[in-house]
Design a binder for this molecule. Structure first.
Ligand code: 2BA
Length: 109
């Protein structure tokens, strides 16, 4: 048996979990924090047989694909009247970091 750890964005966590459930996998969702950005992300745990690992990775990849998103970040005016304006910036969101580890023992008691 293997255990998949998948770190995805909070935006994708529920969708990926739902699609894994639909495909017949049990999932545990944990709130986590990235060490670099110190921002919240979602870690999903999936325990399954080795031959099903590729299916798990396929679902995660499909529903957490990297894509571009336009965000508007407020910037203060320089000079002129005091106030803020919005500048559009294109950022990349989504993607997943996946670890697959061996499970030495699995019990439900
Ligand atoms: P990603 O590499 O896509 O990583 C997204 C999140 O996945 C990370 O959030 C972390 O929670 C987890 N993660 C990635 N690789 C891991 C590993 N080897 N072990 C454990 N967890 C891992 P953050 O740490 O907040 O990083 C967010 C993004 O910042 C990263 O996206 C990467 O693009 C960048 N980044 C991370 N560390 C960096 C560093 N030391 N220097 C420059 N950029 C860094």
């Amino acid at each position: 048996m293997k255990l998949v750890f998948a770190i995805v964005s909070n935006d994708d966590g529920n969708t990926v979990m739902r699609e894994l459930n639909k495909a017949g996998f049990s999932v545990t969702k944990m709130a986590s924090t990235g060490g670099f950005l110190r921002a919240g992300n979602t870690t999903l745990l999936v325990g399954t047989d080795e031959e099903k690992i590729q299916s798990v990775i396929d679902v995660i990849s499909k529903y957490s694909a990297k894509r571009k998103q336009v965000v508007f970040s407020p910037e203060p005016y320089i000079g002129g009247a005091a106030g803020y304006t919005s500048f559009p910036a294109e950022i990349e969101v989504g993607g997943a970091t996946i670890f697959v580890v061996d499970v030495e023992r699995f019990e439900k008691v």
